[in-house]
Ligand binder design. Structure first.
Ligand code: HEM
Length: 141
């Protein structure tokens, strides 16, 4: 496929992870329902990120190994994997069997860390597209 599907898929984990972290923070001041919604968003984000990763790998394979974009792409990939891991552990820590429980401080801290890493990784993703033209019509890589 000429048109990359990675940019189409990334919106789901970006939006749900972001809202999930906001929900976790809000849950510190409100009732249990907010934390449950944050947990559901976390499940959606962590699952859809896997699809985005597969699509990203396909795009990665199209970049010239020697191009400067490759280094940025690898940094983007490693940070996205780190963000995924932080969110996945945060999710795991709030599970009570198969039930979503109230997140503790460690789970919330991991969620916040996941969001910070996500922002840096997303910025690098934008750099790939808008600075190096990866995935564009006149892809120089
Ligand atoms: C871990 C494996 C991943 C690899 C190898 C990868 C690779 C890439 C590549 C090559 C690009 C530039 C070309 C394109 O947009 O298709 C890109 C852009 C981007 N990626 Fe990833 N990615 C990965 C995971 C993710 C994940 C999980 C997310 C979201 C949570 C994400 C978010 C983004 C964003 C926001 C952009 C910029 C898109 C745009 O501005 O149009 N990536 N990625």
């Amino acid at each position: 496929m000429r048109h990359p599907i990675h940019p189409m898929l990334v919106h789901f984990p970006v939006a749900t992870w972001f809202l999930s972290t906001l929900g976790d923070i809000a849950g510190l001041f409100t009732h249990e329902q907010t934390s449950w919604v944050a947990g559901v968003l976390l499940v959606i984000g962590t699952t859809t990120a896997l699809l985005a990763m597969v699509a990203g790998m396909l795009e990665l394979g199209k970049i010239d190994q020697q191009s400067p974009a490759m280094k940025v792409a690898n940094q983007h990939m490693m940070l996205m994997m780190t963000s995924w891991s932080l969110y996945a552990v945060s999710l795991f820590l709030r599970l009570d069997g198969t039930r979503l429980g109230q997140p503790g401080m460690v789970a919330i801290a991991l969620s916040v860390a996941g969001l910070i890493v996500l922002c840096i990784a997303g910025w690098l993703g934008g750099k790939l597209v808008y600075e190096y033209g990866v995935g564009g019509r006149s892809d120089p890589s």
